[in-house]
Write a protein that binds this ligand. Structure first.
Ligand code: COA
Length: 260
């Protein structure tokens, strides 16, 4: 895959998608979003890819937000379209992927950058990371899912404080808020993310896909999450992974899942 603004590598079932505009602190312009959408579609259907790590290029930023230069003269209609397209083609797409997505936040994750990290299934951060939704300082609001996902992750009061102050929190505060699961030294971030990815791929990816689907139902107002859990629990009994996992346990051996 050849791209201008992202780098996509895969090794041992783990794809690393790196946003690569370090001179602009990896800000998300139209082209970059298009490339992310394209790469996600390819990674989704690539059977060799079991799990995806999202990160940013350079030592300073994960992603410093949507590209402000690009939307500075937008009208109401164009602003609405920007958010709608972003939700559909990138942010919701990532959140709804059935393959696990981990965000490895290696520096500034601001605005659309934090929203990208929040669309991932969970986040780890380097100790220099700084996170925030500074949109109100620009006279707009978060438009790539930030008002909803930050509220779900950290609670209404903390989300509103972050949005209203437009301030940044550091990695340890993010850990305390539950916004990230781990904080590690910057030079260990990708090794840590990869180790975690390898641990995940030892489990049934079919079951993990059902679990992501059920967990996502938690914040989908059209879904009954408990019903979805019952449905997906039942479906997993019809899979080869279920047969393999239970037989391995009963025969006191490690499971070998066909897709893992
Ligand atoms: N959109 C477009 N360009 C951006 C950007 C963004 N969101 N964030 C950073 N950049 C660009 C800068 O304009 C600068 O480009 P230049 O060298 O051509 O002037 C380059 O990236 C480096 O950024 P700079 O501001 O010089 O770095 P800094 O270390 O002084 O500050 C930040 C870092 C992250 C605090 C600062 O860049 C910033 O506040 N960025 C915007 C964050 C934001 O509001 N994001 C939400 C957007 S909705």
């Amino acid at each position: 895959m050849n791209y201008e603004n992202i780098i996509c590598d895969k090794e041992q079932g783990v794809a690393q998608l790196t946003i690569n505009r370090p001179k602009k602190l990896n800000a998300l312009n139209r082209e970059t979003l298009k490339e992310i959408n394209d790469a996600i579609k390819i990674l989704e259907s690539d059977d060799e890819v079991k799990i995806i790590i999202l990160t940013g290029s350079g030592e300073k930023a994960f992603v410093a937000g949507a590209d402000i230069a690009e939307f500075a003269d937008f009208s109401v209609e164009k602003g609405t379209e920007l958010a709608q397209k972003g939700h559909q083609e990138v942010f919701d797409k990532i959140a709804q992927l059935k393959k696990p997505v981990i965000a490895a936040i290696n520096g500034f994750a601001l605005g659309g950058g934090l929203e990208l990290a929040m669309a991932a299934h969970f986040r780890i951060a380097s100790d220099n990371a700084k996170m925030g939704l500074p949109e109100t300082s620009l006279g707009v609001i978060p438009g790539y899912g930030g008002t909803q996902r930050l509220t779900q992750l950290v609670g209404r009061g903390r989300a509103l404080e972050m949005i209203m102050t437009a301030g940044m929190i550091n990695a340890n505060q993010a850990l305390q808020y539950g916004l990230v699961n781990h904080v590690v030294p910057q030079d260990e971030l990708l090794v840590f993310a990869n180790d975690l990815a390898q641990k995940i791929t030892k489990n049934s990816l079919v079951a993990i896909a059902y679990a992501i689907d059920a967990v996502n139902a938690f914040d989908d107002k059209k879904e009954n999450g408990f019903k979805k859990e019952i449905e997906n629990f039942g479906k997993s009994f019809g899979t080869n992974d279920f047969k393999e996992g239970t037989q391995a346990f009963l025969n006191k051996r490690k499971p070998s899942f066909p897709n893992s």
